[in-house]
Design a protein around this ligand. Sequence first.
Ligand code: CO8
Length: 262
Amino acid sequence: MEYILYEVDGAVGTITINRPRALNALNSQVLEELDATLDAVDLDTVRCLILTGAGEKSFVAGADIGEMSTLTKAEGEAFGKKGNDIFLKLESFPIPVIAAVNGFALGGGCEISMSCDIRICSENAVFGQPEVGLGITPGFGGTQRLARLVSPGMAKQLIYTARNIKAAEAYRIGLVNAVYPQEELLPAAMKMAKGIAMQAPIAVRNCKKAINEGLQVSIEEGVAIEEKIFGDCFETEDQRAGMGNFLAPKDQKLKVVPFQNK
Ligand code: CO8
């Protein structure tokens, strides 16, 4: 892989978009390598992913403007689909994905972060959808996910004005969960990821599925999805281990239950 680094530390995998000379902009090759990296994640051992960008300046400065500049209508649509398919894969990836946004998250960069389950960022992070200034619409899910994540009015304001916002404002509008000094960002992401990876993995996966699927349907359909997924947790070894430990005598309780993903 030329543009993607993938490292595994215990049950946490870290994907780094590594094209710092172009501020980690997403060209076709980066997208294809990201897709292949996701396909290669060993879901028997890895329980949480972190997605970040190389360097201290940029997470992802958008889709590659040079590559997009000469596209025809049909090629533009196909490029949008290519990004959308991969971002949908990320959004519905079986395990949680934390975006550790370490700088610019513009256009496709903001959009890829919104495909992750959780966003945290560094103090120098900048978010925005600058597309209308380039003569295009957001094309990797921005018109859909920003409105769902913040509010339709705030999403419309950000998208129509192409205004970039700093970390503090991203936090204020709920686009990110927390802001850290740059050097503390990856350790914080790792701490959160390890905290997630310690929990019962079938239950964590099921929570992701229930939340994601439930957000697309009515509350009645959503709670029906939850009932099914809740039921699916029972009779698993994880459920027996988790509840068994809670009910065990105090002197036999484990501090960390060794959940097995079964
Ligand atoms: N694409 C290609 N190259 C880029 C990009 C990008 N998005 N962003 C930065 N680069 C390159 C620059 O061209 C430059 O390269 P070089 O050194 O060879 O000239 C290098 O990265 C460093 O960038 P700058 O010199 O510009 O660095 P500054 O610190 O001066 O500025 C900025 C940093 C403000 C981030 C600036 O680079 C910038 O504005 N970048 C573009 C941001 C942007 O508009 N992103 C949105 C792109 S559109 C998009 O993402 C749409 C997604 C959906 C597409 C669907 C298609 C159908």
